[in-house]
Each structure stands twice: as C-alpha cells, then as structure tokens.
Design a protein around this ligand. Structure first.
Ligand SMILES: [Zn+2]
Length: 147
C-alpha cells in the first residue's frame, strides 16, 4: 500500500515532468529550429516546382506542331499543321527572292531587303492569304498529311 503511494507520489511527477519535458522538446523543435525545416520544406517545394516547370516545357516542346512552308504564287507561306484540314497559315508571307518575312506598315507589307521591291498591299493581302490557304489545304489532303 505504502509502496503504491510512494511510487504514485514519485511516479506521477516523473510522468508529468517526462510528458512536459517531451512536450517542451517538441515545442522547442517546433519553435527554435523552425527556420531550418521551414527552409528545407521551402527548398523541397521549390525543387518540385522547378522540376514540374521543366517537365512541362519539355512536354510542350515534344508536342509542338510541325511547321511547313509552301510556295503559292509570288510568296512563301508558313503553315502550322495540326492535322489534315486543320492548319493555320501565318498572316505574314515570306519574300521568295530573299526568304525574309514581310514587314507590315499601316497599309502594306514590304520585304525588309533594301534592294527588294516586293510590296503587298493590305487590300490584296486577304486574297493572297486565302489563296495560299486553299492551295495548302489541297496539298495536305493530297499527301494525306499526318503529324
Ligand atoms: Zn525580297
């Protein structure tokens, strides 16, 4: 009986001090080295973020759609091909002679080569662009183009 009380008297404070001690250590590890593991967590998160970013840009590169150039009439046109009958032709055509994309001013497109007289009026541009689209469409169907 006495032994039980004695153990209880010693045991309970020891248990409490042990518990509070453990809690103290826990609190201390949470409080004082906080910046350390906060930094570790941040670094890990940043690493994951960078990794995902790189992965994403890689997958974007590999899934980039093929680009093909077509000569229609006096110009060369750049087309991005998503599939047969699903493509996009760049608004800006390319000078056949100098292989330079034309530059747009307020009313016309011109070749940046100073010796070139290639000029495409904005009013004619729509027709040329539409014609190019039509020819490219036929070309892609003919070759049954696959990405
Ligand atoms: Zn030119």
């Amino acid at each position: 009986m006495f032994a039980t009380i004695a153990i209880g008297l010693i045991g309970v404070p020891v248990l409490i001090s042990w518990a509070t001690g453990t809690l103290d250590i826990l609190f201390q590890t949470m409080k004082s080295p906080m910046p350390v593991w906060a930094t570790i967590v941040l670094v890990v998160l940043l690493g994951i973020y960078i990794y995902l970013k790189i992965e994403k840009s890689h997958s974007r590169q590999s899934s980039a759609y093929p680009v093909k150039y077509f000569v229609v009439d006096k110009y060369k046109w750049k087309a991005t091909i998503y599939g047969v009958e699903n493509f996009e032709v760049d608004r800006t055509s390319i000078c056949l002679k100098h292989d330079l994309p034309l530059v747009f001013t307020s009313s016309y497109y011109y070749c940046p080569d100073s010796t070139c007289e290639n000029k495409l009026w904005d009013s004619d541009h729509y027709n040329y662009h539409s014609t190019a689209k039509s020819y490219i469409d036929r070309e892609l169907r003919k070759t049954n183009y696959k990405c």
